[in-house]
Design a binder for this molecule. Structure first.
Ligand code: ZN
Length: 255
């Protein structure tokens, strides 16, 4: 059985949009390289800004198959991160990414593709690798590609989220921590966490985990923590004042 291609998955997930300028041909597709009897002239599909020639599988061809044409023309898979199988296309907002990447089995069946964008303008779709295991799969992220191992990265992500309550994304990404942050976090705990982080720092996976951590949620937590600390301080101060006052009253009554 022939394995389904990335653009066949996406074209199907996109609902098989109509393609203009289709011709009967008998040649390979410029983009995916498969032999096809139906396609559109590359000039009519690709804009003059197209630069991904190195990713084209048959550069001698002037034609693009229906599936590749429909996928390349689909703006939504260019300006969004996405997960798709043949029947579903999930367009992901930044804060959705973690749920999908760690629980892919809930969303896809059979072959699927995963594309992440941080620039929102580069082609991912036809450069995605086709995956079949929702626990270990390839992610295409613009000009880079890497393996996402759910079980391994889940632990790193949990540690990162906990550390993120104390440290900034920048500190976690670069490893340049403020000493006061380390002191507040606890040096021993920090050492354990940093043992894990240092194994991943600099990798595309680590960058992605940091990117997808929910900063709104974190900021709310930090704000609430600061408020609670402030209230506790005020409470202690009031208590101290109360004590002093009581001592004074006692002194006076002694006379
Ligand atoms: Zn094609």
């Amino acid at each position: 059985m022939r394995i389904i291609t990335n653009t066949e998955i996406l074209y199907s997930a996109l609902g098989k949009p109509d393609i203009k300028d289709l011709e009967s041909i008998d040649t390979n597709c410029l983009i995916c390289g498969k032999h096809t009897k139906e396609g559109a002239k590359a000039k009519k599909v690709l804009s003059s800004n197209f630069t991904n020639w190195g990713d084209c599988k048959d550069r001698s061809s002037q034609y693009i198959c229906k599936e590749c044409a429909g996928t390349i023309k689909a703006r939504e898979v260019r300006v969004n991160s996405f997960v798709a199988d043949a029947n579903n296309l999930y367009l992901l907002k930044k804060n959705d990414i973690e749920n999908y990447l760690f629980n892919l089995g809930k969303y896809v069946t059979g072959e699927f593709v995963v594309g992440i964008t941080q620039s929102f303008k580069k082609h991912n779709s036809f450069r995605c690798k086709v995956n079949s295991n929702p626990k270990r799969y390839f992610i295409r992220e613009e000009d880079r590609e890497y393996v996402f191992d759910v079980d391994k990265l889940k632990r790193v992500y949990e540690y990162l989220n906990d550390a993120y309550l104390q440290f900034s994304k920048d500190e976690l990404q670069t490893g340049n921590y403020k000493m006061i942050s380390i002191e507040q976090f606890g040096l021993e705990k920090f050492a354990t966490y940093e043992d894990l982080f240092s194994q991943y720092r600099g990798s595309a996976q680590f960058d992605l985990l940091i990117y997808m951590m929910n900063s709104e949620k974190r900021n709310e937590y930090v704000k609430a923590k600061q408020k609670a600390q402030k209230e506790e301080k005020a409470r202690l101060k009031a208590l101290e004042k109360e004590k002093k006052k009581a001592a004074k009253t006692k002194q006076i009554s002694l006379f």
